[in-house]
Write a protein that binds this ligand. Structure first.
Ligand SMILES: [Zn+2]
Length: 261
């Protein structure tokens, strides 16, 4: 198979790629609480896997995964949607009952790192830079979208793609069914379902730090329990989700490539 990991390529191979289509993926995630049953690198492992698969289809290089993500304080309305009373002080997924804290980087520092990465790639001659993002924090998405817009010009296009696509037919969310399935596929050693209670017990959002996307958007059900249950996850569902995301990603990249070459 063609090499695509940036850090493994010799200069002439990099230059070949720049001359051919000039695509570079920057996989960006987080190091964040993903329930008591999953490793904290989930978002980053996912986006790295999707970026490698997408680049197999589109060509281009993939930078090493960026385990640096940012977050912000939850507003009272979101806290109530999840099942809190609304007056708690909570950043991202760091719910009070979690046993360890996430590594959330200050947004200004996060932005500066991505900004420099884009500039170094652009100066090397890359013409299509893909900010592939696996962490759904509002401020992370906003920063990446803004940078993509700011750096896109005639000779260099920058795309910001959030790789958790809503149309996969599997209920997405934080550390729930979809993400657990993806992890079982790409990094099975990073999942231990035994850490969750028996299947007949409900997983309450506030107790486990596991939340459906639907709940974040429109609020939880009457008991604020997880609907898309991580205990139903399989590696097969995960493989389907990763290939779906890679196909969508490759489609967006290919379309964009037609505009610049
Ligand atoms: Zn995640």
């Amino acid at each position: 198979m063609k090499k695509n990991k940036f850090e493994e390529m010799i200069p002439e191979e990099l230059l070949d790629g720049i001359r051919t289509n000039g695509i570079a993926y920057i996989p960006i995630g987080s190091m964040e609480w993903h329930g008591p049953h999953m490793a904290m690198g989930m978002d980053t492992l996912n986006v790295y896997g999707v970026s490698l698969l997408s680049s197999n289809k589109t060509g281009g290089v993939v930078l090493p995964p960026t385990y640096i993500g940012t977050e912000s304080a939850r507003d009272p309305e979101t806290l109530r949607k999840v099942g809190f009373s609304g007056d708690e002080s909570i950043v991202g997924m760091d719910f009070p009952g979690n046993s360890i804290k996430s590594f959330y980087w200050p947004p200004e520092l996060f932005e500066l790192i991505v900004r420099h990465q884009i500039e170094m790639l652009r100066d090397m001659g890359y013409r299509l830079i893909v900010l592939a993002n696996g962490h759904g924090a509002d401020n992370q998405i906003e920063i990446l979208n803004r940078l993509a817009q700011e750096y896109s010009c005639q000779r260099c296009q920058v795309l910001s793609i959030f790789i958790l696509f809503e149309d996969s037919n599997v209920g997405i969310g934080h550390a729930g069914l979809a993400e657990t399935a993806i992890m079982l596929h790409i990094c099975p050693q990073g999942v231990d379902l035994e850490r969750l209670p028996a299947r007949n017990q409900k997983l309450y959002n506030v107790d486990y730090g596991i939340v459906d996307s639907e709940t974040f958007i429109s609020g939880g059900g009457p008991d604020f329990a997880v609907r898309y249950d991580p205990r139903d996850a399989t590696a097969e569902i995960g493989e389907m989700l990763v290939s779906h995301a890679a196909a969508k990603c490759a489609e967006i990249v290919t379309k964009s490539l037609q505009n610049i070459i």
